[in-house]
Design a binder for this molecule. Sequence first.
Ligand SMILES: [Zn+2]
Length: 344
Amino acid sequence: MIGILGFVAVFGLGRWLGWAARWVWLLAWGWLLVLLLAHAPYMPPELGAFVGGEFRGWFVLGVLVAMALAYRKVLARVRKQVAPVVEAQKPGVFSPVELDRYARHIMLREIGGSGQKSLKTARVLVVGAGGLGSPALMYLAASGVGVIGVIDGDVVEGSNLQRQIIHADARIGMPKVFSAELAMKALNPFIDVRPYHRRMDAGLAAELVADYDLVLDGTDNFDTRYLVNRICAAAGKPLISAAITQWEGQISLYDPARGGPCFECVFPLRPAPGLVPSCAEAGVAAPLPGIIGAMMAMEAVKHLVDAGTGLRGRLMIHDALYAETRVIGVKRREGCAACGGLHG
Ligand SMILES: [Zn+2]
């Protein structure tokens, strides 16, 4: 009985007098030692009876308490290790490390702190993790776009690596979206990457697009291109769409909800199958998707921070073989099957 009262007294007094937890525990361990000594074999049995309990009981109690304290200490250490990461992921709040990372952006008048915050809270979906997707995804990640979705059903192949620089030789056979996620997170761990390892199809497109602010399309097939355009037009989401072949690339911002044409306004007739060769059939110069894909990311950043003049209503065509770039005006087309009925 005296033994238990001793502990009550130590913890009670400690709390009442506001002692540091360290001293309270030291006293408690001291008292436990006294109790164990009172039950030691060479001590008079009256002393053991006076403090109460028995040697084995007090010993087991000491071991259990020591284990509980050790467990708490390990838990606290683990929490301390993961704390900075959790702190960095608070929406719209920059850690000092992030401020340093984005310093060259923040000093730009057209971006600044508020623009960088717009990028952090933005959600961008990139359709295709191939030639155009590679630089687009890398620069979106480097720019600090908060949530980047990437959808692609393919796996990395050796023949991709001539131009799809987000992937690596060691990742041949890996789904492209997971390979891209690895590269993006290695470049910038402060962003959230959402990989969707599947082909963009009609059943999924509307739901997926609804979850994002802006869509970038760099796929190399017309079915996906027209589908993504129709879904974006219907949802009122801006679409940056680009295409490349051999030495030439083109890019525009299709945004019928804000007065611009949609992709189908500009290209109403889907080419007959086999008429327009793909990169696999016609070939493509390695740095060309780098140029056009980086332009996609550039236009995305401008759109998200509302800087400069974007490509809404303008189609940029780059001829890499002759180092020529021209921009032509493109207009809404009355009766467009994709956006005509929706916005006039
Ligand atoms: Zn249209």
